[in-house]
Design a protein around this ligand. Sequence first.
Ligand code: G4P
Ligand code: NA
Ligand code: NA
Length: 194
Amino acid sequence: MEALQDKIMKEGTVLSDRVLKVDSFLNHQVDPELMQKIGKEFASRFQEANITKILTIESSGIAPAVMAGLYLGVPVVFARKRRSLTLTNHLYTSQVRSFTKNETNDISISKDFISSEDMLLIIDDFLAEGQALLGLLNIAEQAGAEVAGAGIVIEKGFQQGGRIIREQGVRVESLARISSLENGTVQFTEEVLN
Ligand code: G4P
Ligand code: NA
Ligand code: NA
């Protein structure tokens, strides 16, 4: 997606060979107009998939997910990273290991908001090692919901997540796929690397 690649080139900062900082439009400040285009693009890619609900994870997945939900005309539910104080026995919960932060967190979703009737589109801001996506897929499975695919804003193709998720037979659509962050430079690719 050209507008997204342009934005990454203009405002993204390469922090290391593995980490891209995009705080000015995705992870801290949000660019609503760009987010709207992102939502429209996800919606067009999954238009024929009979999506009933979008599933994402707080916090940075919410903005692109809401825009996709707006265009698809479906609700958006986000997994929480902390256990809510109420209804703890009324939650689907999964463990997510973060390689970057070297910690494991529970993510959870109320049983009220996904069911075996749902056809889900999972949205997230980054795909790196794929652990967040695996957690969301696990929650969908617990609910007996179907997953039409995953829409990712930025996929880091040099990490393992894309391969792991696609090997499970899940359709993954990334709007920007980065093949390398070496030498402080962002390299994009159209290919699915893995
Ligand atoms: P994984 O889920 O793919 O395995 O990712 P990992 O554990 O490596 O990443 C943990 C957090 O770091 C996630 O955000 C993920 O979106 C983010 N992340 C991964 N790689 C990058 C990167 O290159 N740049 C940026 N900016 N973020 C990256 P989170 O902790 O869930 O935070 P948030 O959703 O509240 O923003
Ligand atoms: Na993030
Ligand atoms: Na995220």
